[in-house]
Write a protein that binds this ligand. Structure first.
Ligand code: GDP
Length: 458
C-alpha cells in the first residue's frame, strides 16, 4: 500500500464529465506535475476539500490536455484514508485516457478493480461488510436494495456484530482468567452465568441469520420462475410487467442462453423473472427439454409464477407443470380472464386450498395491479418489520452459522463439566467467525473474491 494508484473512476465512454482518481503518498506531487491552477490560485494556495479550476498539461510537450476541476484530499480525510486527488475533466474516453496516461507516466500504477475500497478497508476506514455494501450501493436496482446497502454502509450490521463480538470477548476473558489461575477454578454459578451470556448471544445470532431471506431478496431481488404451457401468455405477462416498471435503467441482459431473464421493478423491490424460453414457442406439447429447463429454473427460484389459461380446461400440460412446481412456493395466475372462462375454477380451488388462484389478463391489463400487490406481499412475507440490521450475503450467513454452532458447543460444555481450555477453544472459534465476517482477520483470497466484483476506480 505504499505505492500510488490511479484509475478513471467513471465509466469509459462519452458523457458529461470523467473523473481520474489518484490515491497514495505521491498523489499530490503527481498532480502538481500535471495541474496548472488558473490565476490567482497557485498550487500552494489550493486548500483540501475545495475545488480548484485549471488545466492539465502534458509535462513533456507543455500542451494543454484538458480544462479541469481538481480536488485535493489529505489523509486520513479521504475515501481511501490516503492522500487522494480527483481530477474532473470533460467526459470523453480519449481525453480521460490521456490524463490517466499522464498520471501513470509520473509514477502512479493503474489500480486493480476495487483497489480504492480495498485500501479504505485495509486502513480500517471500513470493515468488510461495509466494503461489500459499497458494491451493493452501486448495483442497487430498487429502493429496498439501496436502503439496505446504505444502512450496511453506515455500519448498522457492523454495530450489531461488534456488540456481539465484544460480549463474547468478555466471556472469553473470564474463562482465560480461570485458565490462568486454575487453583481458583470456576464455580458452578459463574459457569451458569457465562452459559446464559453465551446463549443470549447465540439467540441474537439466530435472529440475524433469520434476516437472510429478506436481506438477500432486497439486495438481489426475488428470483421468480415464470412457468406455463405454450401460448398461455408468459411473454405477454412479462411484457406487461416490464411496461409497468418505469425504472430508468439500462436493460438487464439475460444471464443464460436457454432462458430469458428480465429484471422487473415492483415498487420498492425488484424481481428477476426467468421465463423458460425453451417452452415458449413449441406448439401444443411441452417436450422433455422444456420440462428440464422448467425444472432448472424452478430449482433456482424463490417463487414460481404458474400461469394457467382461464379460457380453456386444464390439460395434461398444465398437470405436468404443476407437478414440476412441486414444493416450490407458488402463485397460481389465471390468464386470459377477458375471454369466456372454460377452466373449472371450483376444482382448482379444491386442489389448491392454501391459495386463491388469481385472474388476470396480460393483454388488457386487468388484475395486473392486484397481482403486483400480491407479489409484493409475498416477497415481504416473513421479512423483519423493523429497521434493524440485515445480512445480505451467503458469506454472512455461513460465518454466523459457524459462530452459532461453536457457541452451541460452548453452552453445552459449560453446562456439562468440560475443562475451561476446551470451552475456550470453541469460544475462540465463534469469535473467529464473527471476526472474519467483519474483516478483523482475513485471508487475501477472500479480499480478492470480494473486491474482484468491483469496478476499476472504486
Ligand atoms: P407464451 O407462449 O406463454 O409466451 O404465450 P404468449 O404470451 O406468446 O401468448 C400466446 C397468445 O395468447 C398470443 O396470441 C397472445 O396475444 C395471447 N394472449 C396472451 N395473454 C392473453 C390474454 O390475457 N387475453 C387474451 N385474449 N389473449 C392473450
Amino acid at each position: 500500500m505504499d505505492d500510488t494508484i490511479a484509475a478513471i473512476a467513471t465509466p469509459l465512454g462519452d458523457g458529461g464529465i470523467h473523473i481520474v482518481r489518484i490515491s497514495g503518498p505521491d498523489a499530490w506531487p503527481i498532480a502538481c506535475q500535471l495541474f496548472r491552477p488558473a490565476p490567482p490560485q497557485t498550487l500552494e494556495t489550493i486548500e483540501p476539500l475545495k475545488v480548484a479550476f485549471g488545466h492539465i498539461h502534458d509535462p513533456a510537450t507543455g500542451r494543454i490536455l484538458d480544462e479541469v476541476l481538481l480536488t485535493r484530499f489529505v489523509k486520513p480525510h479521504s475515501y481511501t484514508s490516503e492522500d487522494v486527488v480527483e481530477i474532473h475533466g470533460h467526459g470523453g474516453a480519449f481525453v480521460a485516457t490521456r490524463i490517466l496516461q499522464g498520471v501513470l507516466d509520473q509514477g502512479a500504477r493503474l489500480a486493480l478493480p476495487g483497489e480504492f475500497t480495498r485500501r479504505a478497508f485495509l486502513h480500517g476506514r471500513l470493515d468488510l461488510t461495509q466494503a461489500e455494501a459499497v458494491a451493493d450501493v452501486i448495483h442497487a436496482a430498487s429502493d429496498k436494495a439501496l436502503s439496505t446497502a446504505l444502512s450496511q454502509l453506515q455500519g448498522e450490521l457492523s454495530r450489531s456484530l461488534n456488540a456481539l463480538y465484544d460480549r463474547l470477548l468478555a466471556v472469553l476473558a473470564q474463562l482465560e482468567a480461570a485458565i490462568d489461575f486454575p487453583e481458583e477454578g470456576l464455580e458452578f454459578e459463574r459457569k451458569q452465568a457465562m452459559a446464559q451470556q453465551v446463549s443470549a448471544v447465540q439467540k441474537e445470532i439466530d435472529a440475524l441469520i433469520a434476516t437472510f431471506r429478506a436481506g438477500r431478496i432486497y439486495r438481489e431481488g426475488l428470483n421468480v420462475a415464470l412457468v406455463g404451457k405454450p401460448n398461455v401468455g408468459k411473454s405477454s405477462l412479462l411484457n406487461a410487467l416490464l411496461k409497468e416498471d418505469r425504472a430508468i435503467v439500462t436493460p438487464h441482459p439475460g444471464t443464460t442462453r436457454d432462458v430469458l431473464e428480465e429484471r422487473v421493478r415492483i415498487r420498492d423491490l425488484h424481481l428477476n423473472i426467468v421465463d423458460t424460453a425453451g417452452i415458449r414457442h413449441q406448439p401444443e406439447v411441452i417436450e422433455e427439454e422444456g420440462i428440464k429447463r422448467t425444472r432448472r429454473a424452478l430449482g433456482q427460484a424463490d417463487l414460481a409464477l404458474v400461469l394457467l389459461d382461464l379460457s380453456m380446461p386444464l390439460d395434461a400440460n398444465d398437470d405436468m407443470l404443476l407437478d414440476a412446481v412441486g414444493a416450490t412456493p407458488r402463485l397460481i395466475v389465471l390468464n386470459k380472464c377477458d375471454r369466456p372462462p372454460q377452466l373449472d375454477t371450483d376444482a382448482l380451488a379444491k386442489r389448491f386450498q392454501d391459495e386463491t388462484p388469481f385472474p388476470i389478463s396480460a393483454t388488457t391489463g386487468e388484475g395486473l395491479d392486484a397481482l403486483i400487490d400480491r407479489l409484493h406481499a409475498r416477497i415481504l412475507a416473513g421479512a423483519p418489520s423493523g429497521e434493524g440490521a440485515l445480512i445480505t450475503r451467503e458469506r454472512h450467513r455461513q460465518a454466523l452459522a459457524g459462530s452459532r454452532d461453536a457457541l452451541q458447543r460452548v453452552t453445552e460444555s459449560l453446562n456439562g463439566d468440560l475443562s475451561e481450555d476446551l470451552v475456550a477453544v470453541d469460544l475462540n472459534t465463534a469469535l473467529e467467525h464473527l471476526g472474519g465476517l467483519l474483516g478483523k482477520t482475513f485471508v487475501e483470497d477472500l479480499l480478492d473474491q470480494i473486491f474482484d466484483d468491483f469496478c476499476i476506480g472504486k
